[in-house]
Design a protein around this ligand. Structure first.
Ligand code: D5M
Ligand code: FE
Ligand code: ZN
Length: 501
């Protein structure tokens, strides 16, 4: 019987791996199952190179629920649809390959974001940030009793407040002085260096973030005993029964864009590149997220034209459409970065259609803002290009472009994607701060630094997706060694990195 089953797959020109085969022969009616599976795959349009256990599992789920659960149904189906063991089973086509995408854009700032640039917007912007983060903080056990800063400043004893950081600096004696404010007033907080763990925690506090402070008032100073970030609770990890691919910083149009690696990547997604294991993963991919810097752009830095092979922004996006247009059967979600033809101030609206007409013609592409929140089959995915990483790497001791996983963790804990205002990350003075991390994502995807990183923090997959651009002159000066053509894939909940160089 074993040989019969193998022969069936061979005759159908289907390769089957050991675990998938084991799974089939464990079934009571294994010959029927094999026949049905072969018929089902043959009638679907999907190319299978190797049949894996997960494909069999998916199929069995459908098969068993359709044909074995209610016995009466099974009997009546037997009369009309089933046959004896050696004949072909007439089954309705499996939904295996046709499970509709459950894709939603949960948050996109493209249309909501507007400003007339007046100074009152600036105040409205910071007020929005403060109120959103304060609401999170005052739900935390230590801060439910928090008082307005003015009120807390007028009495001695225990202080329990929420404030936005105006300044944080080291004193001569190497303590830290932090100025915080709310809508009622300001307060000066001392973080004593003998309180080692608190002092260490304070090393990563930056200007314009919102935190809770518990301490005691001594004269005009408050001595901090606890510093509380908005933070996130550990989330329950869901079972992921598909794969999603994360890329960014393709930099099409640059002379350092690695076209061959990108073509290998596209061929892999289409099932035409890689070994069996890699092709198995490709078969499972439902989503491709692109976190910005799709093209290299024009006039992004001085003398950029010397490093461009395509010197026209429209043509850069035409080339992007040609390359991405080859990808079949995968939903693409595309956000902009600082090299795309968008306003630079964040939130950046989606790549404008008038610059990227051909790209917009791709039926499987969706354009979102930077940042944005989308749902991939129920997995909330926060997409952010990562411009603020430049500021955080510069400001916080121990953080660098090489450790974007640690930067992502800081941002999650601060519940803000770009906490520092007025440095390298231009932030639009909107009436609302769209960069507050209001919803806790399952996946946090970033780019910009051109170096892969991955860490799971409190159940959140934090992924930085490297680049398809080899080292540039600029990066040589800063000794940035990019991870080029090495693509992170969340394969049924496990991170795998596939190499295309
Ligand atoms: O960023 C490409 C790389 O260069 C990435 O590692 C960040 C780094 N970079 C970019 N701009 C800056 C500034 N202003 N300071 C420090 N490092 C920077 P890309 O966005 O692709 O040009
Ligand atoms: Fe980039
Ligand atoms: Zn960038």
């Amino acid at each position: 019987m074993k040989e019969d089953i193998l022969l069936k797959f061979t005759n159908a020109e289907l390769l089957i791996d050991d675990s998938a085969y084991e799974k089939i022969i464990q079934q009571e009616n294994s010959v029927q199952v094999a026949d049905s599976l072969i018929k089902d795959i043959s009638s679907s349009n999907k190319d299978f190179f190797v049949l894996t256990e997960s494909v069999v599992d998916n199929f069995l789920q459908q098969y068993l629920s359709n044909y074995q659960a209610p016995e009466s149904k099974l009997k009546s189906d037997l009369e009309t649809n089933y046959e004896t063991q050696n004949e072909t089973v007439k089954m309705p086509q499996s939904k295996l390959m046709d499970i509709p995408l459950d894709f939603h854009v949960l948050k996109d700032a493209s249309k909501k974001s507007y400003t007339n640039g007046e100074i009152k917007d600036f105040t409205a912007y910071f007020n929005s940030r403060f109120q959103k983060l304060k609401a999170m903080l005052t739900k935390k056990p230590g801060l439910r009793e928090s008082a307005p800063i003015k009120e807390a400043g007028n009495r001695d004893g225990v202080v329990n407040v929420v404030g936005m950081v105006n300044d944080i600096r080291n004193t001569k004696n190497n303590h830290k002085i932090m100025e915080i404010e709310d809508e009622t007033g300001e307060m000066t907080v001392l973080i004593h260096n003998e309180n080692h763990s608190l002092f260490e925690q304070a090393e990563s506090i930056v200007k314009d973030e919102v935190i809770g402070v518990i301490g005691s008032k001594k004269g005009t100073l408050v001595i901090a005993s606890e510093l509380i970030h908005p933070s996130v609770p550990r989330i329950e990890e869901k079972t992921m029964d598909f794969s999603a691919v994360f890329i960014s910083d393709i930099h099409i149009g640059s002379s350092t864009f690695q076209e061959e690696a990108f073509n290998n990547f596209v061929n892999w997604l289409n099932g035409d590149f890689g070994d069996e294991t890699q092709q198995d993963i490709a078969n499972d991919v439902r989503y491709l997220v692109v976190a910005g810097d799709v093209v290299d752009g024009i006039g992004i830095y001085p003398h950029q034209e010397e490093e461009l092979t395509i010197k026209n922004i429209y043509e850069q996006y035409e080339e992007a459409a040609r390359l991405l247009g080859q990808i079949d059967n995968v939903k693409m979600i595309i956000a902009p970065g600082n090299h795309d033809a968008c306003r630079l101030a964040e939130p950046q609206p989606a790549i404008p259609e008038n610059y990227a007409e051909d790209l917009y013609k791709l039926k499987n592409a969706e354009f979102v803002s930077n940042p944005s929140l989308v749902s991939l089959d129920g997995f909330k995915t926060l997409i952010y290009h990562g411009r603020s990483f430049d500021d955080l790497a510069m400001t916080i001791n121990g953080l660098s472009h090489q450790t974007s996983d640690l930067i992502m963790k800081e941002l999650i804990e601060k519940r803000h994607l770009a906490p520092i205002y007025g440095e390298r990350t231009p932030l639009a003075s909107e009436y609302e701060d769209h960069l507050v991390i209001e919803e806790i994502p399952d996946i946090f995807h970033t780019g910009h630094v051109h170096i892969n990183a991955y860490k799971k923090h409190k159940g959140i997959h934090m992924i930085n997706s490297g680049t398809f651009q080899s080292q540039t002159e600029f990066q040589k000066i800063y000794n940035i060694m990019p991870t080029c053509g090495e693509v992170p894939v969340l394969n049924r909940g496990a991170l795998k990195v596939l190499k295309f160089t």
